[in-house]
Design a protein around this ligand. Structure first.
Ligand code: GLY
Length: 357
């Protein structure tokens, strides 16, 4: 059973939206004998539960992953994905998402998509109903509309208040005045509390099904208060996700620019292939090291010359091994191994937690 907030969000989704969100899903086939695995970012505990339930019933691994992340896309309380995502600097929510399907080695993605709550499902249709891999902005919106995805305002009241407070407090001149502390909305105060970091958020989900086939998706509202049109790693095949059905699947959350500059998810899967049976966590740590080695901009370094941001990786090998890794300690990974779902620590390259960025 879903937790109350996600159940409410799911039940309040119009039928048309649910139909559009499942469009392009493959026919269900009898489940095989292999052990299925689903991994996700820390916000994906319910995601891996639903994905696992579906693959056990014979759903395609990509369709299971898309259905799993749709729970978070519809959750107004997750400010990093779908409905309720923190908007761009103009106060508009712009979503990025991509999918990859192991058996066909197909991929599709959308970037800077407005008004559509389930960008991962739109990305699946880009893969299945076009000869292209990536649609952006207005074109992606028209494509989604044409396929029956309903438009809605994705900026929740809470996200709007957070955005407005950010705008008021980051004004470089005196034309905006933030509210006095005692008048600050409690939700906004909580959001900007001591643990606040400028977030990249995002959810990734990778799935190995009972036939040994792979599927993965990454979906996000991207960097908080981004420049309108900024696209991160999530919709870029090879950067925010990648798979090779003979080898494994990987995806990432965190500072997208670092993954764009290193095609980190492709690197992870290619390193799995090249390295044979190297432990998967070591493969992912290699990807972290690559980011450190190429992060030459002093603006993005701490006093020790290390990145002043975090990047997290999640991966499954074809043989069912799974692992998570991160530059700095702290991030968790959601995993379902066929028996139970839990959060586990990502293996860090640096033992300390990232304090601020
Ligand atoms: N990794 C998500 C983003 O940078 O947009």
């Amino acid at each position: 059973m879903l937790p109350p907030v996600q159940r409410r969000a799911f039940l309040s989704t119009p039928i048309a939206a649910l139909c559009a969100a499942s469009m392009g899903a493959a026919k269900v086939k009898p489940a095989g004998k292999g052990r299925p695995i689903a991994v996700s970012s820390a916000n994906g505990l319910e995601t891996v539960k639903l994905a696992m339930d579906l693959v056990k019933k014979g759903h395609d691994p990509l369709d299971a992953a898309i259905a799993g992340v749709a729970l978070v896309e519809a959750d107004p309380n997750d400010h990093t994905v779908g409905l309720g995502g923190i908007p761009n600097e103009d106060g508009v929510v712009e979503l990025d998402a991509a999918v990859m399907h192991g058996p066909t080695h197909g991929g599709g993605s959308v970037a800077s998509l407005r008004n559509i709550k389930h960008p991962a499902a739109v990305a699946r249709l880009v893969m299945k109903r076009t000869d292209h891999c990536l649609l952006v902005g207005e074109g992606a919106l028209r494509f989604a509309r044409a396929h029956g995805f309903p438009e809605e305002n994705l900026l929740t009241e809470e996200a709007r208040k957070i955005w407005l407070y950010w705008k008021e407090t980051s004004s470089r001149n005196d034309d905006r005045i933030p509210p006095p502390a005692d008048e600050l909305d409690p939700e906004v105060r909580k959001f900007f509390g001591p643990d606040y970091v400028r977030e990249y958020g995002t959810i990734h989900c990778s799935v190995l099904d009972t036939h040994g086939d792979l599927g993965c998706t990454t979906t996000t509202s991207g960097l908080y208060y981004k420049i309108p049109g900024r696209v991160g790693d999530s919709p870029i095949l090879g950067a925010g996700l990648y798979l090779n059905n003979d080898v494994g699947t990987a995806g990432s959350t965190g500072r997208g620019e670092a993954n764009l500059l290193n095609l980190s998810s492709f690197l992870a899967v290619e390193e799995m292939r090249r390295s044979g049976d190297k432990p998967l966590k070591d493969v992912l740590i290699e990807c972290c090291k690559r980011i450190v080695a190429t992060n030459r901009d002093k603006r993005l370094q701490d006093a020790k010359g290390r990145p002043n941001f975090n990047v997290n990786f999640y991966a499954i090998r074809k043989n069912g091994d799974f692992a998570g890794a991160a530059l700095f300690a702290g991030p968790k990974m959601a995993v379902h191994d066929g028996d139970s779902a839990r959060l586990v620590d990502c293996v860090p390259l640096f033992d300390e937690e990232l304090k601020e960025i």
